[in-house]
Design a protein around this ligand. Structure first.
Ligand code: ADP
Ligand code: MG
Length: 347
């Protein structure tokens, strides 16, 4: 154990929570009636400016599975809240508060300082206070439950894509996968390239404002955590529709654009961890979507169309088209269409 490493008995659980996770009470969040410290936190459901239905989501991050052993604690703190905020974004919900359950092998105060700084900086940015949680010893595992507010009748459900809808993507895809491949030595980026794309993996930006602006505009949405094709197929299955994707129109950074066509396609189609939004909207909403893009200074790109489910049983729900509008050869398309599954043995 190093100097900063103390076991849970030395720095008591309550001292730890007090020191790293509790913020001095402030009046910035009138809807939080009671925060950290009691048996439950209390959130007001009847404050005038807080009307709507409750949106709830949980995400768990395990060392070695969802993040690399020894990951920088500041960016880890940022990322584990970002992925939860991203789920709220994908429903069009406004953040209200979150809880944090954390298991750690030892109490390392330097690690906790940085982790809580990254976590709480993003929480402040989104006006989403930490109101409770649980702390225990164990292999490093971080689980956040986030609460948001949205009118359930307008929320962006996966099951509501309509035939003829355009399929849209925010910003660019594939950079997080490009960085991961470099770390795993699947390919090598030069230092300037790494500097340009690394933040996409370590500090994803949840598209919360975009999600809110899409309420009443988009029909269905999902955040891209496991790869465009895998995540889009959730929308398709739940909406009982198919999709055409123009694979060479998927927006990517210039760094990824400078790589081979094969690598670019792999990263944009199958790369996880981007946390951009994929949404579907009627063609009548195109102007509105362009104006949202302008207001937010965020590129929104049409990458496909919702079509009927293909009639042949063996066909995938997604048809991939190349630059010339040609359907991709079956073998190639099969290769892209396998989505990421946490219970599959990693290759
Ligand atoms: P209980 O015994 O009711 O589970 P605990 O003793 O575990 O409560 O926690 C005491 C208080 O500290 C509770 O209000 C709980 O929500 C909060 N808490 C525990 N761990 C964390 C954490 N990692 N982050 C924020 N709050 C926490
Ligand atoms: Mg507890």
């Amino acid at each position: 154990m190093n100097k900063q490493g103390l076991n849970l008995n030395t720095l008591g659980e309550f001292d730890l929570i007090e020191r790293f996770f509790k913020r001095a009470a402030n009046n910035a969040y009138p809807h939080i009636l009671l925060g950290i410290g009691d048996d439950c936190a209390l959130i007001s459901c009847s404050a005038k400016d807080q009307v709507g239905d409750l949106a709830v989501s949980t995400d768990m991050l395990i060392e070695g599975r969802h993040f690399l052993p020894g990951a920088g604690p500041f960016s880890l703190g940022h990322k584990c809240l970002a992925v939860n905020l991203s789920d709220l974004a994908a429903m069009g919900a406004t953040p209200v508060a979150f809880t944090l359950a954390i298991a750690m092998p030892e109490v390392n105060t330097k690690w906790l300082d940085e982790f809580s700084a990254g976590l709480l900086a993003l929480a402040d940015e989104h006006h989403c206070p930490l109101i409770g949680g649980d702390t225990t010893a164990g292999p490093l595992t971080i689980s956040i439950t986030i609460f948001g507010r949205v009118d359930a009748t307008k929320s962006l459900k996966r099951s509501n894509a309509k035939l003829g809808d355009d399929i849209w993507i925010s910003n660019t895809l594939g950079d997080a996968r490009l960085v991961l491949g470099n770390i795993r030595q699947e390919w090598a980026l030069d230092p300037t390239e790494i500097a340009l794309v690394a933040p996409r993996m370590h500090a994803p930006v949840p598209r919360v404002t975009l999600g809110q602006k899409l309420l009443g505009v988009a029909n269905a949405a999902i955040d891209i955590s496991d790869g465009l094709l895998g995540d889009l197929s959730h929308i398709l299955k739940m909406s009982e529709v198919g999709a055409e994707i123009y694979i060479d129109q998927i927006p990517c950074s210039s760094t990824l654009g400078n790589q081979s066509l094969e690598l670019k396609r792999l990263c944009t189609l199958m790369g996880g961890d981007d946390y951009e939004l994929c949404f579907t909207a009627s063609t009548t909403e195109r102007e509105k979507i362009q104006s949202i893009s302008k207001t937010l200074g965020l590129t929104l790109t049409k990458v496909g169309k919702i079509i009927p489910v293909p009639t042949e049983v063996s066909c995938n729900l997604i048809t991939l088209l190349d630059e010339d509008g040609q359907i991709l050869p079956t073998e190639l398309s099969k290769q892209y269409l396998q989505s990421f599954d946490h219970f599959k043995t990693p290759n």
